[in-house]
Design a protein around this ligand. Structure first.
Ligand code: PCP
Length: 394
């Protein structure tokens, strides 16, 4: 037993963090001398949104390295739709049956966080969003949360245990403000003592009205004010934000930005993206609903076979230029210019391709850009065109 209520890496790697029915299945199949060659695919029958972002493969590769199986998968950061296989394992069933629990756990959780982040980023329309939610989950998985949020397109993360390669950012807690005699003392100390590259974002809701504290913070050198207004005080958050903006502008602080945090949801991002400069989001990222992936046999001894509700045969998913993805059985010719999305990552227990976090993020950022441009185009098309009649209707 470790110090905390967590399962060790070694236990997970041995396949000992599993559902009991897999252990019993292994024993029964062994006694009966049954160990068929199977292909199993991971799919989500439904998603909370129209699309999801595939994430968590790097942990699956670490788990299955050395297990005599072949693993084909979409790259991390790939957009997927319900029903599409995102990962396939081929091997003797008894050799990997006990790993299903951990495999699904890795993929369901990380993909849930990456998907929620990507949807939020699409709605933010270019306004920076930071992942502040590692405190909403067990600390032992903070690295996974921040990695998935980064792959999903977040502009930075707050936990110091984030994997290398992403900005670790933060402002100041209410507790720090309260350790000083006045908020002004706290803001001045923050400005005095913080490294030069730390943005001077001052928390402005500890004791007084946001407008009053924001003006005082601006006088103390704030480059941005963080509004983390408690629920009990949020009569009309938009009115509060607009009032803060108005007063900052009219007192000569138009360069001071507004940073919103505290229970911010995707709906809040849509509601306030026009009047807020950046967002700090905790629960809506870290507590995102998991993707309901399932892992099912689709072939036994090279022959298509599936339970009801699932499509048999090993499949490839293709990206097409002018339509959504298309899923076809492996071996069936794809349409011209179709790009296969499933690649081999493990061959006979050996990792033959690594999953790269930076590449995964690039894929998601390209999609967010595309989705944002498509919305812009749609909105532009909605603007009624003036008739070229030569007459003006004043
Ligand atoms: C925390 C942090 C962010 C919150 C949590 C993000 O606020 O400062 O604003 O998580 P959420 O989106 O799930 O709310 P507090 O709990 O007020 O903590 P502190 O006073 O330390 O800022």
């Amino acid at each position: 037993m470790g110090m905390f209520d967590t399962v060790s890496d070694a236990t997970i790697k041995k396949g000992e963090c599993t559902d009991i029915y897999f252990v019993r299945t292994e024993e029964i199949l062994e006694k009966e001398r049954i160990n068929p060659l199977v292909s199993m695919e991971v799919t989500a029958a439904a998603l909370p949104d129209t699309w999801g972002i595939f994430c968590g493969l790097s942990d699956v590769l670490a788990l299955l390295e050395g297990v005599p199986v072949t693993v084909d998968a979409m790259s991390e950061g790939t957009l997927f739709y319900p029903g599409e296989p995102v990962l396939r394992i081929t091997g003797r069933y008894r050799d990997f049956c006990r790993y299903e629990t951990a495999i699904l756990g890795f993929l369901c959780h990380a993909s849930g966080i990456a998907s929620a982040t990507a949807h939020i980023m699409c709605e933010a329309k270019g306004k920076p969003v930071f992942s502040f939610g590692s405190r909403r989950q067990h600390p032992s998985i903070a690295m996974m949360i921040e990695r998935a949020a980064w792959i999903g397109g977040a502009d930075g993360v707050s936990n110091t245990c984030a994997p290398p390669g992403m900005p670790v950012v933060g402002t100041m807690p209410h507790a720090m403000v309260m350790c000083f005699k006045t908020p002004e003392d706290a803001w001045r100390a923050f400005d005095r003592d913080s490294p030069k590259d730390v943005p001077r974002i001052m928390l402005c809701d500890t004791y007084c009205d946001e407008k009053t504290e924001s003006l005082h913070a601006a006088e103390c050198g704030a480059t941005a004010v963080r509004l983390d207004t408690p629920r009990s005080r949020r009569g009309n958050m938009r009115a509060i934000i607009e009032e803060v903006r108005w007063e900052l502008d009219s007192h000569g602080y138009s360069q001071v930005k507004i940073f919103l945090s505290g229970g911010v949801t995707r709906e809040d991002v849509i509601a306030y993206r026009d009047c807020v400069d950046s967002f700090g989001i905790g629960g809506a990222i870290a507590n995102a609903p998991v993707v309901d992936f399932a892992m099912d046999i689709v072939e036994i001894e090279g022959k298509p076979k599936a339970k009801r509700g699932k499509k048999s045969a090993v499949k490839q998913v293709y990206e097409l230029v002018c339509e959504k993805h298309r899923t076809l059985p492996v071996g069936q010719a794809p349409p011209a210019n179709a790009v296969p999305l499933i690649k081999q990552y493990i061959t006979g227990g050996k990792i033959v391709r690594q999953s790269d976090m930076a590449d995964a993020r690039k894929r998601v950022l390209a999609w967010i850009r595309r989705a944002t441009d498509e919305t812009k185009d749609k909105n532009n098309k909605k603007i009624p065109q003036k008739k070229q009649s030569g007459k003006s209707s004043a």
